[in-house]
Design a protein around this ligand. Sequence first.
Ligand SMILES: *Cc1c(COP(=O)(O)O)cnc(C)c1O
Ligand SMILES: [Zn+2]
Length: 412
Amino acid sequence: MESALTHLSCTACGTELAADELHGTCPCCGGVLAAHYDLERARRTFHPARLSERPWNLWRYAELLPVRDPRFRLTLGEGGTPLLAAQRLAHNLGIRQLWLKDESRNPTGSFKARGLAVAVSRAVELGAQAVALPSAGNAAAALSAYAARAGIPAYVFIPVDTPRTILAECLAYGAHVYRVRGLITDCGRLVRRLAGERGWVDLSTLREPYRAEGKKTMGIELVEQLGWRIPDVIIYPTGGGTGIVGMWKAFSELEVLGLLGPERPRLVLVQPEGCAPLVRAFHEGVSTAARWEHATTVAPGLRVPMTIGDRLVLDAVRRSGGTAVTVSDAALLEGMRLLARTEGILVSPEAGATLAALLTLRDSGWLTPADEVALFLTGSGLKHPELLPDGDNCPVLDPDAQEFTTLNEERR
Ligand SMILES: *Cc1c(COP(=O)(O)O)cnc(C)c1O
Ligand SMILES: [Zn+2]
């Protein structure tokens, strides 16, 4: 399995760049760079029969990933996550088929592992000695783990109010952690300044071409798990939008490879009411998204007031025939609760937002009972003890049956 990577090009101005040197954004216009592959060559080995013999992690799609030398493919078992049929929930909600793509099973408990497995591998292959990024939390944890795996230092910059479990996780992996009084965008400005000075490779999302390639594998995997077809609708909790950009690219590549027709899932972009720059831009009919002021939400991964990928995300959602919705923090927390209680999956607040959006779209009639829907459950609830039920009210027993009986009787 050889990478079929050929070159990079700017998604804004079209400038082409060599793939085998480190690049951030476009040197001409600052736009987002995209990776290109020789899909005719990839086609010789990238087909269902050959794929079925490969291990269930994202490197099974090596032809469509940028790392050339297999020795550089860092793995902690990322990707290959289950696609679970949620029959009870689908029945209760009155929709035909509901799939849960359980990304919480990834190393470090979120799908950020996909992007960072690929980006760190590729950066090291191209000579990186140290890596850095701004993050709302999960990307920092994933970078910390993959940098440890690669044996190089990681410098992560996170908002000072990042959940403590995630901060502790980064420290446990040995990362250099800096807490910034501000949001992920403020962290980003700091990283851009310091990375240049210190010689760190900046892995800010969409400001280098390969995290989107890692996240693209969610789209390929979903299509493969459904037997090389798409669902009608994908609901995706959107921060910077890297996953939407990546999956949209994956569908085009699969079409060129002859593994998918021209059909596409309708992409639903979900953001919280307290930070919804892309939803606002979608409904205003504009092609870029202005910064969201005073961003606030309990879902840290969705507290992204501005993204360099705005144009690409909005374009993908529109061309897919999709839509954009906001959900309240209360609704996304209720989504978390419902997923745990009805299906046994404990997800992060960002993931809870997908179920909240599904309810909104079903009530508005945008989703019909005939739709087959896939929710991307992007992170694990175990990273958020601050949002889980408090155990202090659970009964405490002496190991004495008498007391248990009395207690049960009281409860009747
Ligand atoms: C980062 C993150 C998101 C947003 O992902 P993007 O692809 O950057 O929009 C959603 N959920 C979780 C759990 C995240 O960590
Ligand atoms: Zn450009």
